[in-house]
Design a protein around this ligand. Structure first.
Ligand SMILES: *Cc1c(COP(=O)(O)O)cnc(C)c1O
Length: 384
């Protein structure tokens, strides 16, 4: 029988506490969601700025549906590229201070599409060990020689770069999705320039959260298009919608339009999503109070968790992991919190390395101080 291993494989996952299942959410995204008819306080969403259910974003979406309908009809290169898509690309170019921007249907596809278009057989791709799965998969798909350097370690990167052949692309998360720390951008830029390598930053978790106007890690470190020539962002996190973009030079974008298969061979995102994202971009730029609120909530959580003797990681972003190590312990803590009415996800291998299972708390500008107090009280109950 082909595929007779499926059952064994599932059993094994279960024995190792690595089995994953989905919770069914019966409400809009928010700090409070409904699961099995019960109100749950949500501490695991990437909707950092609280825009996924924002009235202005919803209104823009509804108006656009009236004009464009729902489906986009085809790929961008056929007849799926609307004025809404086009305007969003222009606004993203201005927002990131890049010459052009190009939309992709998801961040996963953007990463696959950019890396595999830029390097191939005979080239090299060098990735941070803790990069997001989509970046690793993009590197593997490209057919280039694939190497990983130690997390955030520019000296190790420099060493590995010297062994690379062909065109070389350095790839890193801007904010690391499971740890919450920042890539050492100034150091990566120096190494890339010294060794004439390309540099690609995926700032899925930095946009909206970092920088004065939410411009992410490149705004935080004041890096221009020459410093970081290939910049990826996604809309499913701070922007509260769905989809992704790449920003860079005129030539980069034109080249991707011609060559990037995950751009070419897929249906354009619905125009209404693009229009909703334009509304959220406005809020991202304008409403700095959302970032200030996040910073305050994160500080409140870190202070409280430290007082409880919990082991925090070196993160100042809304991603606040608490290390457990053991998968079973992470799952048990998550289940215990759920019984008390809190949703916090247990992150286990292979999302993180073996022995690095953790609870990953995330915060939203829509959380209140009182929400964080309740969360800390629940944690105290568990560990006492
Ligand atoms: C979420 C995420 C992606 C994937 O983006 P989607 O639009 O959800 O496919 C890519 N890179 C990083 C770093 C992410 O966190």
């Amino acid at each position: 029988m082909p595929f007779s291993h499926l059952n064994d494989s599932l059993k094994l996952l279960s024995e190792k506490n690595l089995y994953r299942s989905r919770r069914v959410i019966d409400s809009a995204q928010g700090t409070e969601i409904i699961i099995d008819g019960k109100k749950i306080l949500n501490f695991c969403s990437n909707d950092y700025l609280g825009l996924a259910n924002h009235p202005q974003v919803i209104a823009a979406f509804k108006q656009a549906v009236d004009k464009y309908g729902v489906g986009s009809g085809s790929a961008h290169l056929i007849c799926g590229h609307s004025t809404a898509h086009h305007a969003l690309e222009e606004e993203l170019a201005a927002f990131t201070q890049r010459e052009r921007a190009l939309l992709f249907s998801t961040g996963y596809m953007a990463n696959m599409g950019v890396i595999s278009a830029l390097v191939g057989k005979g080239d090299s791709v060098l990735e941070d060990k803790l990069n997001h799965a989509s970046l690793l998969d993009g590197g593997l798909l490209s057919g280039a020689t694939f190497k990983r350097y130690l997390h955030g370690d520019d000296e190790n990167l420099d060493l590995k770069l010297k062994t690379c052949t062909g065109k070389t692309l350095i790839v890193s998360d801007g904010v690391f999705s499971m740890d919450g720390d920042l890539a050492p951008l100034p150091e990566l830029i120096t190494v890339a320039n010294q060794q004439q390598a390309g540099l690609m930053i995926d700032d899925a978790h930095g946009f909206g959260v970092l920088g004065k106007t939410g411009g992410g890690v490149v705004e935080y470190f004041a890096c221009n298009q020459n410093d970081v020539p290939i910049l990826v962002g996604t809309f499913g996190k701070s922007f509260g919608t769905a989809g992704a973009f790449v920003a860079g030079s005129e030539e980069l974008i034109e080249f991707l339009i011609q060559k990037s298969r995950p751009f070419i061979y897929t249906t354009a995102m619905p125009a209404a999503i693009a229009q909703a994202t334009r509304a959220s971009l406005e809020l991202v730029i304008k409403e700095n109070w959302r970032r200030e609120k996040l910073t305050a909530l994160v500080q409140q959580f870190r202070q409280g968790a430290t007082q409880l003797g919990l082991k925090l990681m070196d993160s100042q972003t809304p991603i606040q992991p608490i290390m457990c190590g053991d998968s079973q312990q992470a799952v048990q803590l998550s289940q215990n919190l759920f019984q008390q009415g809190f949703l916090v996800s247990a992150i286990r291998p292979p999302t993180v390395p073996q022995g690095k299972a953790r609870l990953r708390f995330t915060f939203s500008a829509n959380h209140t101080d009182a929400d964080v107090v309740l969360l800390l009280q629940a944690l105290e109950k568990i560990i006492s």
